[in-house]
Write a protein that binds this ligand. Structure first.
Ligand code: AMP
Length: 150
């Protein structure tokens, strides 16, 4: 079973972040530029103080008729960030996302941000692993291999 650290080894440790005083417009601009749906929010000291996703923008800016250029990230970000560690199994991370109804999980080690995992990353990993098992089973059934390698 894959662990989060295996995903990060392929995906990389890049985490796109923004400051709490930046505007929501700047946050959305950065999400579009980097092709991501959420950004971690870091204080000037580099501490993780929140997370902002496209969903916050849709619900707390557009629906409420606010201006993205005059609303700071701090006003709409979620402060209690749910995070995981590199030792988590992919299935554990998926269960946490489902339970907390979020699609992004920062990965932390000893208080340091070491990656960001999205629901898309987890789904891809699960599909890849299942395809591999199916392929091994098919070869086993056809007698091409002596056993199943997990
Ligand atoms: P998402 O599904 O990731 O687009 O986010 C849905 C809502 O959950 C938004 O209000 C986000 O700010 C919040 N959110 C997303 N990821 C996390 C997380 N890891 N911890 C806490 N809140 C989050």
């Amino acid at each position: 079973m894959s662990k989060i650290k295996d995903l990060l080894a392929t995906k990389g440790n890049e985490v796109w972040s923004i400051g709490p005083a930046h505007s929501v417009y700047q946050a959305i601009e950065m999400m579009a530029l980097k092709g991501v749906g959420a950004l971690t929010v870091l204080s000037d000291e580099g501490q993780l103080v929140g997370i902002i996703s496209e969903r916050d923008y849709a619900r707390k800016v557009i629906l409420q008729g606010k201006s993205s250029k005059s609303t700071p990230v701090s006003e709409i970000m979620t402060q209690n960030v749910v995070f995981i560690e590199p030792t988590y199994r992919v299935e554990e991370a998926m269960a946490l996302m489902t339970a907390k109804r979020v699609r992004h999980l920062p990965v932390m080690t000893d208080g340091n941000l070491v990656g960001m995992i999205s629901v898309g990353d987890l789904v891809k990993s699960i599909i890849d692993e299942q395809s591999h098992v199916i392929e091994q089973l098919e070869r086993y059934i056809k007698g091409e291999t002596a056993g199943i390698d997990h």
